[in-house]
Design a binder for this molecule. Sequence first.
Ligand SMILES: *Cc1c(COP(=O)(O)O)cnc(C)c1O
Ligand SMILES: [Zn+2]
Length: 373
Amino acid sequence: MEKLVCTSCGKEYSPGELRWKCVCGGFFDLHFTFSFDREKVKKRGCTMWRYRETLPLSDDKNIVSFGEGFTPLLEIKVDDTVLLVKQEQLFASGSYKDRGASLLVSKIKELGVRKVVEDSSGNAGASIASYCASAGIECSIYVPADTSRGKLVQIESYGANLVKVQGSREDTASAVAGAAANIYYASHSWNPYFFHGTKTFAYEVVEQLDWNVPDTVILPAGNGTLLLGACIGFTELKDRGITGKMPKIIGVQSLECAPVYYGYINGMQVPAKIVPGKTAAEGIAIAEPLRGWQMIEAVRSSGGEFLAVSESEIKDSFYLMAGSGYFIEPTSAAVIAGARKYLSGMEKGRREVIVTVFTGHGLKAAEKIAAWH
Ligand SMILES: *Cc1c(COP(=O)(O)O)cnc(C)c1O
Ligand SMILES: [Zn+2]
């Protein structure tokens, strides 16, 4: 059985206590042991649940799944370099957040919890609402009032109770903290089960590369649910001797909201204090990321770096991808803009296997994209 361990003071809790933070206020990581046999994996279906041993859930009957995962890893030529781009816009709810939601809602079902709250700038909320609908769990999703309408319509359609909060993303987080005093907090930033779902991104990439590790992985850095999840996955694979190294992790932020980037370039261990501006990359507009120090630590120890991209670079990358037939969210275009920045800074003639990602589907943010046309 797994345990929740406070990242600030080390105090341990059982998941059955249903706590979302430590008495000291710190957030949890999840500790558990498992062994992993890649031969077994081959015989299973092409979903993230093929890595069943790595997913902390006691009983298969509690799995809540739409057959998610094992998204294609496509070669896409960007600025004359071939990138491997994981097609995470293809999930049932339209973003990779389904990885985290599938494991977290399965665990919630296993814990016998009947009602949850979550806060989100959109996609995590849509994802949790979708899995809760499937599992028959009641949920309330708190969102900033200016979230893309497509995402709000999606959350309400699943039957979730939608709570719109005026003000910033941080105001939404404070509003939900009150509700979470009495109701289980299915948070994609606080709840470590979410990250053990998103870690399957790393398992899939490695398996799709015939059990090799790419040189470089370029990922969004908002709350870090994909970045930190991927780091968990790559670390687990290396610790079990399945792979021989960690990839270099590059985290991408929007220049208009880049606390982690500024913390990193100033040599700090924690995010910088910033005043956020307006960005089309709403999915990574997180001014005070809970796990900011973890992201900085993970990226530094991988030998990677953080990059920040401007609004015009985001828009350019959106149209570059759309012109090749890919309709992605502006937030996803920010990651591609970051990949292009990384490529432009690379030594001439250097060859690397570079993996990046389309995180969300363009249909989610059609109105915001329309405003660009
Ligand atoms: C959630 C999300 C991100 C970034 O994830 P973080 O966990 O905040 O780092 C990127 N793109 C899309 C489309 C998302 O939904
Ligand atoms: Zn603590």
